[in-house]
Design a protein. Structure first.
Length: 464
């Protein structure tokens, strides 16, 4: 069987490759994912060759008909994995030859596997970006819905994982909406930088045939036309690195949200109850409800970052133009895509089904003197105290609360005036956690009125 592929490229060789060489050289196991894009590019190329008079209309019709038959076969039965045909390109070409005979050999006129794979892979990445954006948007919709449900719910805001200031749960959830907006912009950026078609660059130097690269670029949906340099065209994998970079950044955001769900579900916090759908039990401890889905999302982020690193290292020292190392460009991208989409769907499911415990969140928000900044701000605003002095006064008030084992709102007016006589009864209007969040009315702040404004804006952006 090795002789079949040997005939495709082996005129220079007296014998076929060794069995091990055939095995290490084959990529059909993973690059078969590109079959739809390979057939699309082949249709565009064959049509252009016909229109340019490079191949005859009868041969072109046979080629296009054969490609349609192959598409139907692959859709029905999957792509056969015969390593002697190396990759998806030779697999298609061999099957086309079986179906239509010698006319199949005309399809490869004025192209190389080098520009062929660059085109197929870029088309695949562009589609993967669309898929990522659609899946991220679904998660955004869930986050906005849950934020609207809890626009007024008070929870502790943290810095250094210490209680800092009260915020609303709706505000917290919208923070992830904003992160995901940036992720979407990154995937759109990948597509924008992938708007040129490599097809027609041939092996590395272009071709002497009178091809129309503008035509194939238009038919394949590359809005900026063909690439300008054939050497760069066949050796460029920036689009794959761009995709991996966007996927890695998105996975970090998912990991942060997963980490919060893990922490919030733990007994010391008790902020959420994860549904049975996204939890598992213990083989020995019957009381356990483990947040395994969230932990796996957190773990997947490391693997996605690893995929980015792997391809960066593969590409870092390659001279122009094509080197066989670049056959290893696809597996990390495919793996990252699978992990990212799985993680997005898992997080979306968790956020849809999680039960928040607002009363527990409110209790913790009132701990740790979270309204101390509100006292300092009141001293500045109402008593005209310089902020640094107000900060010092508030620190003394916190110390008093610790000595009396109570919160700031539980100190009496006499106790507060003993610290600074400029404090009056109006201060109690700002010392509750509800008053604190209501006061944060700056644009982007946590006040419920601002949160609802951002929810309305997000719903408009999502078309909800």
């Amino acid at each position: 069987m090795a002789n079949d592929t040997h005939k495709i490229w082996g005129g220079r060789f007296g014998a076929g490759p060794a069995g091990l060489m055939t095995e290490i050289n084959a990529s059909i196991r993973f690059d078969k994912r590109l079959w739809r894009h390979d057939l699309a590019a082949s249709r565009a190329h064959a049509t252009m060759l016909r229109d340019q008079g490079i191949i005859g209309a009868e041969d072109a019709a046979a080629i296009l008909g054969g490609l349609d038959r192959i598409a139907a076969e692959y859709e029905r039965d999957g792509v056969p994995e015969r390593i002697e045909f190396e990759d998806i390109h030779m697999t298609v070409e061999h099957r086309l030859g079986e179906l239509i005979g010698p006319a199949a050999g005309r399809l490869h006129t004025a192209r190389s596997r080098n520009d062929q794979v660059a085109t197929d892979f870029k088309l695949w990445v562009r589609d993967a970006c669309d898929e990522a954006v659609a899946t991220i948007t679904q998660l955004q919709g869930v986050l906005v819905a849950r934020a609207e449900e809890h626009a007024d719910a008070v929870m502790p805001g943290f810095t250094h994982l210490q209680v800092a200031q009260p915020v609303t749960l709706g505000h917290h959830l919208l923070a992830y909406y904003e992160m995901l907006k940036r992720d979407i912009s990154r995937f759109y950026g990948v597509q924008h930088r992938s708007d040129e078609s490599p097809l027609g660059s041939a092996a590395l130097a272009g071709t002497g045939f009178p091809i129309d690269r503008e035509k194939t670029a238009r038919s394949l949906g590359f809005p900026d036309g063909p690439t300008a340099n054939s050497l760069d065209s066949v050796s460029d994998r920036d689009f794959a690195l761009d995709y991996l970079s966007a996927a890695a950044q998105c996975s970090l955001h998912l990991s942060r949200l997963a980490e919060e769900l893990i922490v919030w579900a733990s007994a010391p916090f008790g902020f959420v109850k994860l549904s049975d759908d996204y939890s598992t039990g213990s083989s020995i401890m019957p009381q356990k409800r483990n947040p395994d889905a969230a932990e796996l999302v957190r773990g997947h982020s490391g693997r996605i970052v690893g995929c980015l690193t792997a391809l960066m290292v593969t590409m870092k020292g390659l001279p122009l133009a094509y080197s066989k190392d670049m056959q290893d460009d696809k597996e990390p991208v495919f793996e990252a895509r699978d992990l990212l989409i799985l993680s997005l769907r898992a997080i979306t499911g968790m956020m849809e089904t999680v039960t928040f415990v607002p009363e527990r969140m409110r209790t913790v928000a009132a701990q740790g003197y979270s309204t101390a900044t509100d006292l300092a701000d009141w001293l500045v605003r109402e008593a005209g105290v310089p902020f640094r002095e107000a900060h010092h006064i508030t620190g003394r008030a916190v110390k008093a609360g610790e000595e009396h084992d109570c919160g700031l709102a539980d100190l009496s007016l006499d106790q507060l005036r003993a610290i600074d006589e400029r404090i009056d009864e109006r201060v109690f209007d700002v010392l509750s956690v509800e008053a604190s969040v209501r006061s944060r009315t700056s644009y982007g702040g946590t006040a419920p009125v601002r949160v609802r404004e951002q929810i309305a804006k997000a719903k408009a952006e999502l078309g909800l």
